[in-house]
Design a protein around this ligand. Structure first.
Ligand SMILES: [Zn+2]
Length: 82
Protein backbone atom coordinates (compact mmCIF):
# COMPACT_ATOMS: atom_id res chain seq x y z
CA UNK A 1 0.00 0.00 0.00
CA UNK A 2 1.62 3.12 -1.18
CA UNK A 3 -0.51 6.16 -1.05
CA UNK A 4 2.08 8.66 -2.03
CA UNK A 5 0.21 9.71 -5.10
CA UNK A 6 -2.92 10.35 -3.16
CA UNK A 7 -1.43 12.69 -0.66
CA UNK A 8 -0.87 15.81 -2.65
CA UNK A 9 -2.40 16.17 -6.00
CA UNK A 10 -2.80 19.63 -7.42
CA UNK A 11 -6.28 20.94 -7.73
CA UNK A 12 -6.98 21.79 -11.30
CA UNK A 13 -9.84 23.55 -12.94
CA UNK A 14 -10.74 24.13 -16.52
CA UNK A 15 -10.46 27.59 -17.89
CA UNK A 16 -14.03 28.70 -18.57
CA UNK A 17 -12.90 30.48 -21.68
CA UNK A 18 -10.63 28.10 -23.53
CA UNK A 19 -11.11 24.89 -21.54
CA UNK A 20 -7.45 24.51 -20.75
CA UNK A 21 -6.62 22.80 -17.53
CA UNK A 22 -5.32 25.23 -14.98
CA UNK A 23 -3.66 24.43 -11.71
CA UNK A 24 -5.48 26.23 -8.98
CA UNK A 25 -2.77 27.93 -7.01
CA UNK A 26 -2.23 31.25 -5.41
CA UNK A 27 0.45 31.68 -8.00
CA UNK A 28 -2.18 32.20 -10.62
CA UNK A 29 -4.00 35.47 -10.01
CA UNK A 30 -6.27 34.80 -12.96
CA UNK A 31 -7.77 31.59 -11.68
CA UNK A 32 -9.94 29.95 -12.60
CA UNK A 33 -8.80 31.31 -15.92
CA UNK A 34 -5.52 30.28 -17.46
CA UNK A 35 -4.46 33.79 -18.25
CA UNK A 36 -5.43 37.38 -17.99
CA UNK A 37 -6.52 37.30 -21.56
CA UNK A 38 -9.03 34.53 -20.99
CA UNK A 39 -10.27 36.31 -17.96
CA UNK A 40 -10.82 39.47 -19.92
CA UNK A 41 -12.61 37.55 -22.61
CA UNK A 42 -14.98 36.11 -20.09
CA UNK A 43 -15.66 39.52 -18.70
CA UNK A 44 -16.52 40.72 -22.14
CA UNK A 45 -13.69 43.15 -22.27
CA UNK A 46 -12.40 41.70 -25.48
CA UNK A 47 -15.79 41.37 -27.04
CA UNK A 48 -15.69 42.12 -30.73
CA UNK A 49 -12.02 42.92 -30.37
CA UNK A 50 -12.83 46.38 -29.23
CA UNK A 51 -10.78 46.38 -26.11
CA UNK A 52 -9.60 49.88 -25.60
CA UNK A 53 -8.48 51.73 -22.56
CA UNK A 54 -11.03 54.36 -22.92
CA UNK A 55 -13.43 55.88 -20.50
CA UNK A 56 -15.17 59.14 -20.20
CA UNK A 57 -12.99 61.93 -21.55
CA UNK A 58 -11.12 63.52 -18.73
CA UNK A 59 -11.39 60.60 -16.39
CA UNK A 60 -8.55 58.72 -18.00
CA UNK A 61 -6.16 60.19 -15.52
CA UNK A 62 -8.08 58.67 -12.69
CA UNK A 63 -8.10 55.25 -14.25
CA UNK A 64 -5.66 53.04 -12.51
CA UNK A 65 -4.34 50.11 -14.56
CA UNK A 66 -4.59 47.99 -11.47
CA UNK A 67 -8.26 48.68 -11.42
CA UNK A 68 -8.76 46.39 -14.35
CA UNK A 69 -7.39 43.35 -12.63
CA UNK A 70 -8.94 43.72 -9.25
CA UNK A 71 -12.62 44.01 -9.88
CA UNK A 72 -14.97 43.63 -12.75
CA UNK A 73 -14.53 46.85 -14.65
CA UNK A 74 -17.70 46.50 -16.62
CA UNK A 75 -20.12 46.69 -13.75
CA UNK A 76 -20.70 49.59 -11.51
CA UNK A 77 -18.47 51.98 -13.31
CA UNK A 78 -20.68 52.75 -16.24
CA UNK A 79 -22.38 55.80 -15.00
CA UNK A 80 -25.09 56.67 -17.45
CA UNK A 81 -23.39 54.61 -20.09
CA UNK A 82 -25.28 51.39 -19.52
ZN1 LIG B 1 -7.93 30.02 -21.00
Amino acid sequence: MTEEKNSEKPFTVKCPTCGKEVVWSTDNPYRPFCSERCRMIDLGEWASGGYRIEGAPGSADQLDPGDFTTEEPDTGKGRGNR
